[in-house]
Design a protein around this ligand. Structure first.
Ligand code: APR
Length: 273
């Protein structure tokens, strides 16, 4: 393990354009359960998973009922959001913010809606699946901080007149174009990608490492068809191997907890810089 920590530190120190990709595993040490791990929300609550697949449709068909669910006036989803809003970053989040402050990490692209990277001080954070702290207009694309919006009357409306939605991206909902385009550009220009706490099975986010590896902006499914960009270092820090490990998209996996491993890696980076 120590060798892999030192190897990652050396790779980061030598990198010219390093980026981080993160998932729910980053926040389990902040008491927010992940989705597909042994104690994951989907693993332990199939009903919640089924409901999650209906949420975007609910918004489309009945935005008032949708907002009542979001605000916890219906069901348990609202309380889950409340729990997330109260959570605090853990040493893993602070380690990535530290790497950015050292000028090594250029951005964090996260699937997490909890806002903990920003709370930990990361400046450039692309929230690919949105945030519980914001609302978004699906017509004009404007985003507002949650507290800026009156929720006295549901559903709330944008200044353009359209109905506002929670910023969180639900299953079957298109990823907002601005964050999707920026994330793809980052994946295509990085020379190092460190992937932390994700099972890497949810698309289109899971395509970003393949885009970096194969330098292809299309959906990379047939590995024989694309050039393998060897000068990109792809490191996984995760409790379990993922399809990226098995397919050889990543160069190596450091298996363990992000809250323990990332601070050790940053400590080593400070030594070798
Ligand atoms: N340190 C490292 N890895 C961890 C830790 C930890 N402390 N805790 C859990 N893990 C690992 C799990 O073993 C699992 O491989 O993190 C991964 C989390 O995977 P998922 O639960 O699938 O979460 P994620 O990949 O972020 O899910 C993607 O799916 O449900 C949707 O929209 C939701 O953004 C989410 C997306």
């Amino acid at each position: 393990m120590e060798n892999l920590v030192k190897r990652a530190a050396k790779d980061l120190a030598e990198s010219k354009y390093a980026i981080a990709l993160t998932g729910a595993g980053m926040s389990t040490e902040s008491e927010i359960p992940d989705f597909r791990g042994p104690k994951g929300i989907w693993t332990t609550n199939k009903e919640a998973e089924a409901k999650a697949y209906q949420r975007y449709e609910l918004f489309r068909n009945d935005p008032k009922a949708y907002w009542e669910e979001i605000l916890g006036l219906r069901g348990t989803y609202g309380t889950f959001h409340e729990k997330i809003r109260k959570a605090q970053p853990n040493p893993g989040h602070y380690a990535l913010a530290g790497l950015e402050a050292l000028g090594i990490l250029k951005c964090v692209m996260t699937q997490n809606i909890d806002g903990l990277h920003k709370k930990a001080g990361s400046q450039r954070v692309l929230e690919y699946h949105g945030s519980v702290n914001a609302v978004r207009c699906i017509s004009c694309g404007s985003r507002f901080a949650r507290e800026e919006i009156s929720l006295d009357e549901l559903p709330p409306h944008c200044k353009c007149g359209a109905v506002l939605k929670d910023d969180v991206v639900h299953f079957k909902e298109p990823i907002p174009l601005d964050v999707m385009t920026e994330s793809e550009n980052e994946a295509l220009q990085c020379d190092l990608m460190i992937i932390c706490g994700t099972s890497a099975v949810v698309y289109p986010f899971a395509n970003l490492p393949r885009m970096a590896r194969f330098h292809s902006s299309g959906l990379v499914m047939d590995l024989d068809l694309v050039e393998n960009k060897t000068n990109v270092r792809i490191i996984e820090v995760n409790a379990d191997p993922t399809p990226l490990t098995h397919e050889g998209v990543s160069d190596y996996l450091i298996q363990g907890k992000t809250g323990e491993l990332l601070p050790r890696i940053v400590e080593e980076v400070r030594k070798v810089r």
